[in-house]
Design a protein around this ligand. Structure first.
Ligand code: ADP
Length: 269
């Protein structure tokens, strides 16, 4: 609550009591976000500086094996910072575009194939684990190609990361009710305890921070997914069973077919 008292000449006081709960919550979130992002960047940066200092000292740099090991760690930390900065930039770009509705008709099948290939060269390489099933009648979605690619990358990437090593990841696409296209990604992994599920799309929220970091996670993947889904006027649902696996569903509006040119020109004559 915010209390304002203004004297009004000769007529007493004007007292204003305003509910600032919403503004304060938003401000607190912004402060927490900046603090978290700085902390996430600071840790790999400190490691990098430490190794540079040790190498500068001389001895470590003279031994090729030690030098190689150090450089490998430094490269890993620099890559971690790069992923984080890339994700932060994606988040702010998606947020900046949130009022424009993406309208390009995007067929999901080739995009899934592309993402499947891209994930293969990542840390959790194994594209043969991804089994794709696309219903024959499924229409394209109304979307933003780059953002949908990122959405697929994050969801399928998580299923591979948190799925049991070697276990399959099932990706299916079909037409659901209300002209929505339903994408479902199912893994056979450790699952997520129910109390964490509502918070997974918060920035930097992780069930097991150590595990997420060791798998190369930034903690921003599902926050990015949530923003992309919102911009596309879609819905995101996460269901999970501990010890069995997780199912992530995204519903996206189908691209409505444009009027055939013959029809639309007739209506003008
Ligand atoms: P991260 O970069 O940590 O993977 P995300 O935002 O993508 O960040 O996910 C947030 C957290 O949700 C993860 O740290 C993990 O704890 C949990 N999570 C996401 N997807 C899955 C999944 N398929 N199975 C189990 N846990 C998951």
């Amino acid at each position: 609550w915010e209390l304002n008292v203004h004297p009004i000449q000769g007529r007493g006081l004007l007292v204003r009591l305003a509910d600032r709960t919403g503004t304060h919550a938003a401000e607190q979130m912004r402060v927490d976000f900046v603090a978290n992002a700085s902390h996430e960047l600071r840790t790999p940066l400190a490691t990098l500086i430490g190794f540079v200092e040790t190498l500068e000292d001389g001895k470590a740099a003279e031994d090729p094996a030690t030098r190689g090991r150090f450089l490998k760690i430094m490269f890993g930390e620099a890559k971690r910072m790069q992923r984080l900065v890339d994700d932060l930039m994606s988040l702010s770009r998606i947020e900046a575009e949130k009022y424009s509705l993406p309208q390009t008709p995007i067929p999901l099948a080739p995009l899934i194939e592309e993402v499947r290939g891209a994930l293969h060269s990542g840390i959790v390489a194994d594209k043969d684990r991804v089994i794709v099933e696309i219903a024959p009648d499924v229409p394209p979605v109304a979307g933003d190609r780059a953002q949908l690619s990122q959405l697929l990358h994050n969801i399928i990437g998580n299923a591979l990361k948190y799925g049991r090593p070697g276990s399959p990841v099932q990706v299916s696409v079909k037409l659901a009710r209300d002209n929505m296209v339903k994408l479902a990604v199912r893994d056979e992994g450790e699952g997520i305890p129910a109390e964490h599920i509502p918070r997974l799309t918060e920035r930097f929220y992780r069930v097991d921070p150590g595990r997420s970091r060791s798998l190369g996670g930034t903690g921003l993947g599902l926050a990015i997914v949530k923003h992309i889904v919102e911009r596309h006027r879609g819905r995101l649902e996460i269901r999970s069973e501990v010890g069995r696996g997780t199912l992530v569903c995204v519903l996206l509006p189908a691209a409505t077919a444009p009027l055939p040119p013959a029809l639309s020109s007739k209506s003008h004559t």
